[in-house]
Design a protein around this ligand. Sequence first.
Ligand code: IPE
Ligand code: IPE
Ligand code: MG
Length: 248
Amino acid sequence: MKYMMFFKKKEMEVPSNQLPQHIGFIMDGNGRWAKQRHLPRSAGHRAGANTLKSITRICGELGIPYITFYAFSTDNWSRPKEEVDDLMKLLYDYLCNADETIGGERVRIRVSGDMTRLDQKFQDMIADLVERTKARDGITATIALNYGGKDEIVHAVRKVAQRVKQGILEPEKITEEIIAQNLYNPDIPDPDLIIRTSGEMRISNFLLWESAYAELYFSKVYWPDFDKKELMRALEDYSHRQRRFGGV
Ligand code: IPE
Ligand code: IPE
Ligand code: MG
């Protein structure tokens, strides 16, 4: 037994000044996780929702100020109606009880995406949730819901075009800053690290503009199995990255 303890690996630690300030999670693999267990896809989504809670708690404890979870993409509407309905119901119930499901009374909840495609009841509940949690002092957890990176840019461009049309803004005066200010959450810093689970190595329309210089990390585990050990592995990896932002 003593022997075992000797070889037990120390829990990974990353100095706090080497932690990302904002992590984006592409929570992928719920369906395959369920399939592996001969369960319906809906069971995978429910298991994935639990991971969101534990990861929020761990990131909060680590002192990471911002996290964003990709919960439903603008392209996910193309899934079978049954799955879309199930996901919407899950997300609704989940967000209704956010203090319990996402965890803690300190978590500030934000959303990103085109909420106008959701039911009015859903939209009202979200507006209330964001308002109710906005003065909290814990981690800011953003739920990307009916979110698409291209769609977000289209919305920003429309707002900017409106000002051009009104004659307040010259087209030549449109800058990157102006576009950025018109994205869904201009006050939230760009993600430093994007983690995608399930072994897929793509961005799938997530935070296209904001992730221009994000570090990418791909984990092989399915989202419901993503745990503290996997997160620490990603953070450890990130702490050794050298970010250059185009410089030398
Ligand atoms: C991610 O899991 C959750 C959503 C996209 C809503 P998937 O449902 O994409 O799971 P896989 O990729 O089919 O395993
Ligand atoms: C990305 O996963 C979207 C979310 C995690 C919400 P998908 O499973 O929809 O992405 P693709 O289809 O594999 O690219
Ligand atoms: Mg998937």
